[in-house]
Design a protein. Structure first.
Length: 55
């Protein structure tokens, strides 16, 4: 998925992926007006309680 919405410098972007095997997240902040971003955090953990995509 691609977003073409301009985000102001300093905005925070986050994404989360909840899957049957693992849950992962990604956090970044916008560094310039051209959409550049710096990753400030990532994480993943084995999923518990998720089976066939149902929580």
């Amino acid at each position: 998925m691609t977003s073409h919405t301009k985000r102001p410098q300093g905005s925070v972007i986050a994404a989360i992926d909840i899957g049957s095997a693992k849950t992962a997240c990604f956090i970044a902040h916008v560094t310039d007006d051209n959409g550049g971003a710096e990753v400030i955090g990532i994480g993943h953990v084995a999923s518990k309680g998720v089976k066939s995509g149902v929580i």
